[in-house]
Design a protein around this ligand. Structure first.
Ligand code: HEM
Length: 309
């Protein structure tokens, strides 16, 4: 198998069809190393979001078969989807509720990335790509709301106009003045079914390329040697498990790391003279492993006072 060194073999690879496809398309090359600490739901939020986006695209294609993006007919076509189109009501509900759910998993994914410090070098650009994905998804939610062409959709359209005015010359596209030949509803429909999905897929492709390139990040303060060919320092032997205390530790560690304090919470101490310093757990002068509940305080070897918070 050609592929990332240290990558696990994809597990659904036993059948003859899979082998046939793998030989021709090199599907195994999509595998990348997943450290042990990432085998939990927090690190699966991006994948859940991806699955949600795929179902949104499929249900969206179905709804497009019945929707008529003209101000005179839009409302009626939505009623047609609900009352007459086969599975229309179910597919519309699925599309609507899934969009809300994906918004939540997307935000939770971004929070996980922030909390584990995964936005730092060398992943800063992937964070920026992620922000682009978030903005694009917000655009999809917004344009989708207008398409309903009900009271809420009408109000959303008013906001659209206001954004256009706020942006001045650059915002003309968002207003009805941009063209008289096509109603703004039709232009927002094109944005919803063509422009924004294209941008989303293009950004997602870059996002996944960079994830494969960097591998999954390690937990701040738990970096270890990583398989050759990947750019971070975590390995599959990193056996940190996740429970409530570990998660809160990671959040605090990430915030501290962001504020310029290196390392993890367990072995950080505030030294009166040196500022934040790394404390080896076995150092008798500076005390043992950090106790999340009580913290620890004491004197450093140079006599200065420190505390582990
Ligand atoms: C459609 C939206 C998105 C999809 C489908 C997606 C998907 C994924 C997936 C599958 C991963 C692998 C690890 C995981 O699942 O946690 C990942 C990692 C990552 N994502 Fe996203 N993501 C999206 C949006 C975002 C956003 C909004 C941000 C930040 C603003 C972001 C930043 C990152 C970063 C920095 C990583 C690397 C994390 C690490 O190595 O620990 N992503 N993304």
């Amino acid at each position: 198998m050609a592929g990332t060194p240290g990558a696990r073999r994809l597990t659904f690879n036993s059948g003859p069809l899979w082998r046939w496809l793998d030989e021709r398309l090199g599907l195994q090359d999509l595998a990348y190393p997943v450290p042990a600490h990432a085998n939990n739901v927090l690190y699966t939020l991006g994948g859940i979001t991806l699955l949600g986006v795929i179902v949104l695209i499929v249900t969206g294609i179905y709804l497009t078969q019945f929707y008529h993006a003209h101000p005179d007919d839009a409302r009626e076509s939505v009623e047609y989807i609900i009352d007459t189109a086969r599975f229309g009501d179910f597919v519309r509900n699925l599309h609507f509720w899934l969009a809300n759910l994906v918004m939540i998993t997307l935000l939770l994914h971004a929070i996980r990335v922030f909390a584990t410090g995964a936005y730092r070098a060398p992943r800063e650009l992937n964070w920026v790509v992620g922000v682009g994905l978030l903005a694009t998804f917000l655009g999809l939610v917004f344009t989708g709301t207008v398409l309903k062409w009900d009271q809420e959709g009408w109000e959303a359209l008013q906001h659209n106009e206001e954004i256009g005015e706020l942006l001045g010359g650059l915002g003309t596209w968002f207003t009805t003045e941009f063209t008289e030949s096509t109603p703004i509803l039709e232009r927002l429909f094109v944005a919803h079914v063509a422009i924004l999905p294209f941008v989303l897929v293009a950004l997602a492709a870059v996002h996944f390329y960079l994830i494969k390139h960097h591998g999954i990040s390690s937990i701040p303060g738990h970096e270890e040697a990583r398989p050759a060919g990947t750019t971070d320092t975590a390995t599959q032997t990193d056996d940190v498990y996740v429970d409530g205390a570990t998660v809160s530790n990671r959040i605090v560690s990430a915030v501290e790391a962001n504020a310029g304090a290196p390392g993890s919470l367990e072995n950080l101490a505030f030294d009166g003279t040196a500022g934040w310093v790394l404390v080896p757990p076995e150092d008798p002068q500076k005390g043992g492993v950090f106790d999340v509940k009580s913290g620890a305080q004491g004197k450093a070897s140079d006599g200065s006072e420190f505390s582990t918070w």
